[in-house]
Every structure is written in C-alpha cells, then in structure tokens.
Design a protein around this ligand. Structure first.
Ligand code: NAP
Length: 278
C-alpha cells in the first residue's frame, strides 16, 4: 500500500440507493488500495459547482448518475467520442493537468455482461430486439452497433423516440410500433428490455414471447429484482437469460481502473456482496 489516498464517488439526485460505493469499496479492499468511494447527493441546481469541485477537492474523478448524465457533459473539458454518440456520460476522470474528461461505460458493461452469461456470444449472431428508447437503450444501441450488430429492431411505448434514434443512427437500427413488439421477436437472437417495466414497484413488462426462438439470449437491464417476470418466463421456456447486475458491475471496471490504476474483476464474491444490499 502506498501513501497516496485516492478519492472518488458518485453524484446523483437522489443517490442514496446507489450500489456504486459498495462495488468500488469492495475492490479497494480486495486490491489493498489506499482510498475511498463516497456518495454525493447533488441537487440539479448545484451540478456545475459540484463538478467544478471535483478537481478542487482533489478527487480522482466521479461517477455521474440519474438525473445528471446528460447535463454533466456541458461541464467537461473533453468528452470521449463514444460518450458523445451515447449522448451522456457516467464517468468523469480528472487528468494530470486538472482538466475533466467524460466517458460512458454503460455499453461496455452491457456487452461484458452478455459475454459473461454466454461466452462465445457475438453481436452479429442475428437480429436484436430492444424494448425502450431512453438513456440505457441509447448506450446499448451504440455498443451493439460497434460490436457488429446487423439488425436492431427498436420498439418504444412513445414511437417518436424510437424513430428519433433510428434516424440518428441509421442502419442497422429500425423503429417499429410498440403494438408490434410480440411479432418483432420472430427470428431474434437477442431480446433486451431497457424499459422500467418489471422493476421493483412497476408492473411486469407486457410481452408475449411465443415468437421468440428458444435459442435467443434474453437480457433485462433491471437488477431489482434480479429475475424480472420477463426473465423468469424466458428461462422457463429454455432461453438463456441475463439480468442487469452484470451490466452494473462491469460498467464500474474501466472507471475504477482510471482512478485507482487496477482493472478489477467481477467475481462471485462481488456478485454476492451486492446482492446482499438488495
Ligand atoms: P429512461 O431514460 O427514463 O427510459 C425509460 C424507458 O422506459 C423509456 O423507453 C420509456 O418509454 C419506458 N417506459 C416507461 N414506462 C413504460 C410503460 N408503462 N410501458 C412501456 N415502456 C415504458 O430510463 P433509463 O435510464 O433508460 O433506464 C431504463 C431501465 O434500465 C431502468 O429499469 C434502469 O434501472 C435500467 N438501467 C440499468 C442499468 C444497469 O447498469 N443495469 C443502467 C442503466 C439503466 P417512453 O419513452 O414511452 O416513456
């Protein structure tokens, strides 16, 4: 252990529910590092001042979560091109010269969670169906396109948002009407729920899986509960399923490496430690 004390944290509003401190502090202990990761409840009216304070306080950087992911980009000295395409940042890294660089690791976390659940999975395996067109969907669309997806069928309750994304990204993204979500599963190799439907306190996602091949991978960005009704139904008919916990754990890895200098691993112990917090 050296004498340098490294501090990072997460800014959100509210932020008390965030599992990021449990994840990063687990790794700080695991790798015997000298540092800490805290929670920063930042009122949207104070976001600029809080972000300017990151460097002034000597933090290595910060995660950015809801509702600040889009707004925080304005206060960066440089934004990674991938994050620019995703339209949001979730990580700030203070550079040696004090400038602030913004990144988005949500897409990385998502892809890693699929590789973890199904080694050998590849984006070009067949059509992908994405339900939802919010922030998580944007990050996932960009990461799947970069990974070689050939067809992405995007369906959102508010059709215009799916149309906007399809227009912005072009081929391979095509928007369909929310009412077509059951038929859109025909021949799909991957189904992803990025809506909030099925989350603790929300109704189950209303979808009929009959048309979905049983070989398709079924992923839900939700991690509370760990098994949504979508995942339970998919598992019972033989589909391999992936919950949102892997995405959450893996997105934290590149940020931890940037701040603490170690690319951490997602271990069964980490999974268990975070599940205990639910
Ligand atoms: P968001 O930007 O607010 O998007 C919410 C999405 O849910 C929109 O597409 C919205 O459709 C849809 N929706 C809301 N109510 C609906 C309903 N009754 N029926 C159908 N669709 C409905 O949120 P987000 O940041 O993308 O997050 C979406 C989900 O992903 C959340 O469950 C979140 O917890 C999860 N997430 C997980 C991770 C992870 O690390 N595992 C990371 C980010 C997000 P409209 O456009 O019609 O409103």
């Amino acid at each position: 252990m050296n004498n340098t004390f490294t501090m990072a944290g997460v800014m959100g509003w509210p932020v008390a529910h965030s599992r990021s401190p449990a994840i990063h502090n687990h790794w700080i202990r695991q790798y015997n590092l000298n540092g800490a990761y805290g929670l920063f409840p930042v009122n949207p009216n104070h976001l600029e001042a809080a972000i300017r304070g990151i460097q002034a306080l000597g933090l290595a950087g910060c995660n950015i979560t809801i509702p600040h992911k889009v707004e925080a980009m304005k206060f960066m000295d440089w934004v990674d091109p991938l994050a620019q395409r995703m339209g949001a940042i979730n990580t700030i890294v203070v550079q040696p010269d004090g400038t602030l660089h913004g990144f988005n690791n949500d897409g990385f976390g998502f892809l890693e969670s699929l590789h973890e659940a199904q080694p050998g999975w590849h984006a070009g395996a067949g059509p992908t169906v994405i339900l939802g067109a919010g922030g998580a969907a944007r990050a996932i669309v960009v990461s799947l396109m970069d990974a070689g997806a050939t067809e992405i069928r995007l369906l959102n309750r508010t059709r215009s948002k799916a149309d906007e994304l399809a227009q912005e990204f072009g081929t391979p993204v095509a928007a369909y009407d929310w009412s077509e979500r059951h038929e859109a599963l025909t021949g799909a190799a991957l189904l992803i729920n990025t809506t909030n439907q099925g989350m603790h306190g929300q109704p189950a996602l209303d979808i009929e899986l009959t048309q979905l091949p049983t070989t398709a991978l079924v992923s839900d960005a939700i991690y509370i509960p760990l098994e949504t009704s979508l995942l339970a139904t998919a598992r019972l008919r033989g589909n391999t399923t992936v919950n949102g916990l892997g995405m959450l754990l893996h997105q934290a890895r590149p940020a931890f490496r940037a701040w603490f200098g170690v690319m951490p691993e997602v271990t069964p112990e980490l999974h268990q430690a975070i599940i205990k917090t639910f």
